[in-house]
Design a protein around this ligand. Sequence first.
Ligand code: HEC
Length: 130
Amino acid sequence: MPTLPRLALLAFVLAAPAAADTFEEIKVDAGARLFDAECRRCHATDASDPSYGPPLEHVVGRGAGTYPDYQYSAALAGSGIVWTQAALRAWMEDNDGFMPGTKMRHVGIEDRTVQDFILAYLTSISGGDK
Ligand code: HEC
C-alpha cells in the first residue's frame, strides 16, 4: 500500500468519534437528543433558562415539587415522593396516571430503551450515578 492512503486510513480510524466513546457516553448522547425532542420545549436544564416546566438539573434523587420558586400543581407539590429512576420511568410512561392532578401534559414514553436513554441523560445532569 502506498504511504499516503495508509496515512489517510489511519487518520480516519483515529478520528472515528465512536471509537473513544464508552457505552455510557453513547447512551447519554442519545438521551440528550431524545430529551430535546420530547421534553426540552417545556423543560430547561438550569435555572438561568426560564421554562414552562421546572428545570430538571439534579432531578434524579430530588424531592418531587421542590425546585425553588416554581409554581407546582397541588398534586405534585404534595406528593412527597423522591425522583428515583423507577419513579421517573413511571412518570415518563404515564405521568398523569402515575400522579392524577399534575399539570404536566400526558407524555407516554413506554419504550424501555427510550426511557433508559433519557434516564442516562437526566443522571448525567444530576451529578452522576444515583
Ligand atoms: C408540554 C410541556 C411538558 C413536556 C413536553 C414535558 N413536561 Fe415535564 N413537566 C411539565 C410541567 C408543567 C411540570 C410541572 C407539573 C406539576 O406541577 O404538576 C412538569 C414536571 C416534570 C417533572 C417533575 C419535576 C419536579 O421538580 O418535581 C419531571 C421529572 C418531568 N416533568 C420530566 C419530564 C420529562 C422527562 C419529559 C420528556 C419525556 C417531560 N417532562 C416533558 C411540562 C412538560
